[in-house]
Design a protein around this ligand. Structure first.
Ligand code: ASP
Ligand code: MG
Length: 425
């Protein structure tokens, strides 16, 4: 049986991280599957760009689009130099073992979003090239996969939609080959249109890639290696006392990630649930630890409140312009606009004459507000966060509200959702 491992940017941010990947890969090849008790017959390793490379590459495209070529080039050279330094530290010879992309893959005649995908995808290409060659040199049986040729998507740049039928066929064929090396190194987050152009699946999309690959190859499990012990009941950067949730149902995991929990990308669960493949979230600095297990028969969270922050929210309130206001008609109009502008809704509230929605404050919001203004009196507040507390009690809600500016709150018996003004620093 096969397994899928995913390593994010934090786990491969430097040479030591990559050595640790080697250690974890070797453990996987030598141990039996926890699900089937069979020896592994293949490990699909999905890898993100190193550290903060994706952010740096975003700046490269932004500079170029703004005509600031010098800044773009110096930022690009920084990225390349950083990768070269890591290669050297790993004992690899730049230019001999790996030839990194020299020029910025940017075409000024093409739209911004298309260029974005060509440039930003280089982060994953470089990280996987380096790691694949390193593992090969260390004596492992390894193959590097070029996902832009294997994971087929449409050309919705920066948020490409995957063609599962075509992709599954291509990937299965590659995976089921008789003499395939034991370890396959693949990029997360990126795919391709089939005519040579690279696409990206949306920021933090590598988990989603891992889930898709797990689904296509019928993996017996998928493991996401993280810099946290597993899924916690709160963000350790915000709450001082956190508790590990050892076992979780798919549905609860979807809800947690949709509410804003950063541990897994919201799109990760569905492809796994469809094939009942368990998902493990484990700490990369302690591979023997149990971590969290997400599956159909998960048990938790039990009796502990779970705090989830979804940051960077904007609360948009639409008020009727006239007395002919019909809630149902307005709802369908509003959601049509929201859907067409690709807004991501986190909460909805309505009264007799107003409708409020909290959405992620993305680059699509200004145009959507312009269109909403044609039909409604629109007001909005930004610099907000949505705090969801699951398994809550009235006392816990009161504690959470204390000292915070609450713009809106929705509570049911076990769940509270508060739209909170971000604290000013
Ligand atoms: N490297 C991409 C990002 O930072 C994808 C990922 O990390 O999942 O958004
Ligand atoms: Mg990343």
């Amino acid at each position: 049986m096969a397994r899928v491992y995913k390593f994010g940017g934090a786990s491969v941010k430097d040479a030591n991280g990559i050595r640790n990947v080697e250690r974890i890969v070797r453990l996987a090849l030598n141990e039996q599957s926890p699900i089937t008790n069979h020896q592994s017959d293949g490990l699909m390793v999905v890898i993100s760009a190193m550290g903060k490379t994706t952010n740096a590459l975003e700046r490269v495209v932004e500079y170029l689009a703004a005509g600031q070529e010098e800044q773009a080039l110096s930022q690009w050279v920084d990225v390349i130099d950083h990768h070269v330094a890591i290669m050297k530290e790993l004992g690899l010879q730049p230019g001999v073992d790996i030839r990194l992309q020299g020029e910025i893959p940017y075409d000024p005649t093409k739209p911004f979003d298309e260029n974005y995908d060509q440039v930003v995808s280089m982060g994953e290409i470089m990280s996987t090239q380096i790691i694949a060659v390193y593992l090969l040199k260390r004596g492992l049986s390894v193959e590097w996969w070029n996902m832009p040729k294997l994971l087929r998507t449409d050309d919705t740049w920066r948020e490409a939609r995957v063609d599962n039928e075509v992709s599954a066929k291509i990937i299965r064929a590659g995976w089921d080959r008789p003499n395939r090396p034991a370890v396959v190194i693949a990029q997360g987050f990126i795919g391709g249109t089939g005519d040579g152009r690279r696409t990206t699946l949306g920021r933090e999309g590598s988990d989603y890639t891992a889930a898709l690959l797990g689904n296509y190859i019928d993996a017996d499990s998928v493991t996401i290696w993280k810099d946290v012990p597993g899924i916690l009941n709160a963000d350790p950067r915000i709450e001082p006392n956190t508790v590990l949730i050892p076992s979780l149902r798919y549905q609860d995991a979807v809800e947690l990630s949709y509410s804003g929990a950063q541990v897994i990308h919201p799109k990760t669960i569905k492809p796994l649930e469809n094939k009942q493949i368990p998902l493990f979230v484990k700490p990369f600095d302690d591979p023997a630890a149990a971590g969290s297990r997400i599956s159909a028969d998960g048990t938790g969270p039990i009796d502990i409140p779970v705090y989830i922050w979804r940051k960077n929210q904007i609360l948009i309130t639409m008020r009727a312009k006239d007395f002919g206001f019909v809630l149902e008609e307005s709802l369908s109009e509003i959601f049509d606009i929201i859907h067409r502008h690709r807004l991501k809704v986190s909460l909805i509230q309505s009264s007799a004459v107003t409708i409020s929605v909290s959405v992620d404050n993305t680059r699509f919001v200004p145009d959507a507000i312009e269109e909403l203004k044609k039909h409604f009196n629109v007001s909005y507040n930004d610099h907000l966060s949505l705090l969801t507390i699951r398994g809550t009690t009235p006392e816990i809600v009161e504690q959470a509200k204390a000292g915070r500016t609450i713009m809106l709150s929705q509570t049911t018996r076990r769940t509270a959702r508060l739209v909170v003004a971000e604290k000013e620093n």
